[in-house]
Unconditional design. Sequence first.
Length: 209
Amino acid sequence: MAIFKLLTESDMRAFQEELIAGVDEVGRGPLVGDVVTAAVVLDPNRPISGLNDSKKLSEKRREALFDEICEKALSFHVGRASPAEIDELNILHATMLAMQRAVAGLNIAPKLVLVDGNRSPAFSHNGLSIASHSIIKGDGLIASISAASIIAKVTRDREMDALDAAYPQYGFAKHKGYPTKAHFEAIAQHGVFDQYRKSFKPVKALLEG
């Protein structure tokens, strides 16, 4: 079920009173690496100031909030889908699978899952179904989704930094795997390796060319 309206203050209060998991993803657009998701259940007794859409935060602020979320959250878990799964399922279905894995990996069962965006997969935890809502721009509206966006973003950025250390000629630390001019030039010069999403058009064209 999707929510396509602006949330009222009473909506916000109702959600905060639930044991909810916020879910968000990072990495649908890049040509390389996993699509990474996170599920976070915040502790209402340990509020975290400054939570917001991870894209609106500086890298330094994201890193600081990442540590605070890990310390204060009741539970959090990172889910992912590999490049092979993305190629097999397509990026949308692989993202939904990664979200399901994030929620299933929580060490407590939420009563409700709130997902950033306009669609949500079916969620379960230890075999029990969990109600869910999708919320457009939820990463800027709901604290637990903001927290999930930060966990997912920092996790994937760190993985791109590690990939950059292994393959410095590609510049992953700068473009994070997204299809930039510099990235295209690096692919043309050095080719692709097993972490690339071979079903994505620029990569597929290179392999078929």
